[in-house]
Design a protein around this ligand. Structure first.
Ligand code: AMP
Ligand code: ZN
Length: 468
């Protein structure tokens, strides 16, 4: 099977050829663990989970290594720890914040149907590797020590800016670059900096006497090196990470190891937006995964995410979620029998769509076609629909239909329904058909369908169910 992926570095969709098909290697930048993740943060997690599943399908479960790190050293973590646990020693408070947040993150993305990556390295457990890379960069003349900081000298890397496709001038103008007395050039970025009293700190590289801590970018160069090697196949993350984070990772890794590339393919998901703006903590327009999971099954949220191609921006709307719930409920209905004894394969059309740079909207339209066939009585299609849905990471059989309808229509008031049905029965008894029709319509508006039949003794009865 041929897999094509779009590479941000070369700006082209290319045939994917792994460096080693026995060990296909992917690194994705993971969360900074200081707060609940929002649904925008879930986008890369879901997108690269789908890719992980596809790679496992093509190369075999044991031949794919997926690394997604946990950033557990960061100013935002320190600030949150000091705020939430005043009076506690900072390092202890930091551990509390990172442990709680990591646990919450796992619970959230598990509920969204994401497999755990092969390795989830923590930054604080890779300080030795960070120091080793920094020493190499100093020895190679790509980094310098100034006022207890180590900085990467951007001018020493002729390839700097290639990923973001910006010139130095453009990068200077576009990025909020700190001018600092310890920098030779404004674009130079921090590899290591001194820790303030009480902050997490480790022995410094470069002969610096005071203890310090790493900059953000060096963390990913160190963790990808440790777990995937100097060169690997795929590096992923959100589009906002292209510059400066990935540009800097690329510069560090290539200059440290004298190599021409870090990853063969660089992949970036587009933004999840709210009314045309990026969902983000700083804009305050975010909704957490945790909040959404109180209202919707994880399958529905995942399905909704996959309706848009990963590189396109997507608007997150209630309307979209409701439509996704209806689709999944439809799939659930048409896979009920198949689930009892499923066999067969994932649809070739779904696989073809996924192999074309993860075309999930196309894959989902193939699922709808399968559902149509299943509706017409095609049992093979029904099995394929179930297996293909599971392949994409959502199982329609796990979605509770009544639950979905209740969420869409509000709580069901059974007493009211029974009263209305009784009212309709007496209207019919007195041959007031206008009134009985009106009551049927009122029930329909509540999402309730009624059915007139006879009980075991032949007496007329009216049953009701949630309308599908
Ligand atoms: P952060 O915690 O901001 O570093 O983000 C963690 C991951 O989520 C990164 O890969 C970001 O690119 C990604 N991300 C953050 N906000 C959004 C968004 N609104 N849409 C899509 N991806 C996002
Ligand atoms: Zn990273």
């Amino acid at each position: 099977m041929e897999l094509k992926l779009y590479d941000t570095l070369t700006k082209e969709k290319r045939l994917f050829v792994p460096l080693d098909p026995n060990n296909v290697r992917m690194y994705v930048c993971g969360p900074t663990v200081y707060d609940f993740a929002h649904i925008g943060n879930a986008r890369p997690v879901i997108v690269f989970d789908v890719l992980f599943r596809l790679l496992r399908h093509i190369y075999g479960d044991k031949h794919v290594t997926y690394v997604r790190n946990i950033t557990d050293v960061d100013d935002k973590i320190n600030d949150r720890a000091a705020r939430d646990f005043p009076g506690m020693p900072l390092n202890e408070a930091i551990r509390k914040v990172t442990e709680q947040t990591e646990k919450q993150f796992h619970a959230d993305v598990d509920a969204l149907g994401c497999l755990r990556p092969t390795v989830e390295p923590r930054a604080t457990e890779h300080i030795a590797e960070m120091r080793a890379i920094i020493e190499k960069l100093i020895a190679n003349g790509n980094a310098y020590v100034e006022q207890d900081h180590v900085l990467f000298a951007v001018a020493t890397d002729k390839n700097y800016g290639k990923l973001a496709r910006r010139s130095l001038d453009e990068m200077l103008a576009g990025a909020r670059v700190d001018v600092a007395p310890y920098k030779r050039e404004p674009m130079d970025f921090v590899l290591w900096k001194p820790s303030k009293p009480g902050e997490p700190s480790w022995p410094s590289p470069g002969g610096i006497k005071v203890q310090g801590r790493p900059g953000w970018h060096i963390e990913c160069s160190a963790m990808s090196w440790k777990h995937l090697g100097e060169k690997f196949d795929i590096h992923g993350g959100g589009i906002d990470l292209v510059f400066p984070h990935h540009e800097n990772e690329l510069a560090q890794t290539c200059c440290a190891f004298h190599s021409d590339r870090m990853a063969n393919v660089w992949m970036h998901n587009g933004f999840l937006q709210v009314e045309g703006e990026k969902m983000s903590k700083s804009l305050g327009n975010f909704v957490t995964i945790n909040e959404l999971l109180k209202d919707w099954p994880g399958e529905v949220l995942r399905f909704n995410m996959l309706k848009t191609h990963y590189r396109s921006p997507m608007d997150w709307t209630l309307h979209g979620i409701k439509e996704s719930a209806t689709s999944l409920d439809d799939f659930r209905h048409h896979t009920k029998m198949a689930a009892l004894d499923v066999s067969g394969n994932v649809s070739a059309d779904v696989l073809a769509a996924m192999s074309d740079d993860l075309n999930t909207p196309k894959a989902i339209s193939e699922l709808h076609l399968l559902a149509n066939k299943a509706r017409a009585g095609d049992f093979q299609a029904s099995m394929s629909l179930l297996l293909s849905s599971r392949f994409l990471g959502f199982d329609p059989q796990r979605v509770d239909a009544q639950d979905i309808v209740r969420r869409q229509h509000g709580t069901i008031d059974e007493t009211k329904i029974n009263d209305l049905i009784e009212g309709r029965r007496s209207a019919r008894a007195r041959k007031d058909f206008a009134e009985s029709d009106r009551i049927r319509d009122e029930l329909a508006k509540m999402g309730v369908a009624i059915k007139d039949g006879k009980d075991a003794d032949g007496k007329p009865v009216t049953t009701w169910e949630i309308a599908r």
